[in-house]
Write a protein that binds this ligand. Structure first.
Ligand code: SF4
Length: 293
């Protein structure tokens, strides 16, 4: 007698099989990582976009304003500028790297950050939220994912990536040979933007210092930015996703890989193969082997 699966388990398995099919995994398994597609070429910036951003000199990290920062301390502005200055420009450049913590101290350190966040009203997003979605996972994860912000399901449950996009992310993690619980998952903003709109720069710049602190505590070996918003606020540069995908970026002591947001992949499943190519870059960095190799 075949073992009967309950409907939820059967649907989850079917979804995973559809995901593997969409990835074309049988093709990728026959190809070594070295044969992955060439990195995508950058698209030309929009008129005036990069020129305006490059016109402002970056403060070198050796300058006094960035020295001697205590680990885990909140800095509302890492550049000693008025907070709105960079918010108006659309992103906050990455601040200083904090020293790494022993693995056994990281859960408590994340708790400290959560307590510092409190019942946050630092930006306008607090008005429409039900729950702050702080982040979840292994405090000493080797792999961390960063998305844009909570959606309706996440806002209701207080956990990141639990809706349909979350199921797809789970499948992506499983395809890498890992479990969700082995990773750490967070977002650029911790409160749901109304109507799932993209966070405004002022909102993202207000919230992202807490994300940077989480990254400094977890200190993953590989950080995957899911979508353009995560890539923009992590890397501190606004570029088309095509110009950021397909390669490793050095970021806060980790290797950062940029790929598509699972919600985008749900809308355009044809891009799943491209996302899989990005995840293989992350797997290679982590020393993970593809199934069957
Ligand atoms: Fe606070 Fe972040 Fe929520 Fe804004 S999005 S209210 S900064 S927790």
């Amino acid at each position: 007698m075949p073992h009967a699966l309950d409907p939820a388990t059967r649907e989850a398995l079917a979804e995973r099989l559809r995901f593997y099919r969409d990835l074309g995994l049988s093709d990728f398994y026959r190809r070594p990582v070295e044969d992955a597609p060439e990195p995508a070429r950058s698209l030309p910036p929009r008129a005036g976009q990069l020129e305006a951003e490059q016109a402002e000199p970056r403060r070198p990290s050796s300058e006094p304003a960035l020295q001697g920062r205590a680990p885990l301390a909140i800095q509302s502005n890492f550049f000693g500028e008025e907070p709105t200055t960079r918010a108006r420009k659309g992103f906050t450049a990455p601040p200083q790297i904090a020293p790494s913590l022993p693995a056994e101290e990281r859960a408590a350190a994340l708790e400290v950050i959560r307590e510092d966040l409190g019942d946050c009203t630092r930006c306008a997003l607090h008005k429409g939220r039900n729950t702050i979605v702080f982040g979840v996972g292994n405090p000493a994860a080797r792999l961390m994912f960063v998305g844009e912000g909570p959606g309706a399901d996440e806002d209701a449950q207080g956990l990141p990536f639990v809706g349909r996009a979350g199921q797809l992310l789970n499948n992506m993690i499983a395809a890498m040979g890992l479990m969700r619980e082995e990773c750490y998952i967070a977002n650029v903003v911790k409160c749901r933007p109304p109507g799932n709109r993209t966070p405004e720069p002022e909102e993202a710049n207000t919230c992202s210092p807490f994300l940077f602190r989480q990254i400094d505590v977890v200190r993953p070996q590989v950080l995957v930015a899911l979508g353009a918003t995560a890539a923009t606020y992590l890397l501190g540069q606004r570029q088309p996703l095509a110009g950021l995908r397909g390669r490793i970026h050095a970021f806060r002591g980790t290797s950062l890989v940029v790929t598509y947001h699972p919600a985008f992949l749900l809308r355009d499943p044809r891009q799943k193969k491209e996302a899989w190519a990005d995840l293989q870059i992350a797997m290679k960095e982590l020393g993970l082997k593809k199934a069957g190799t």
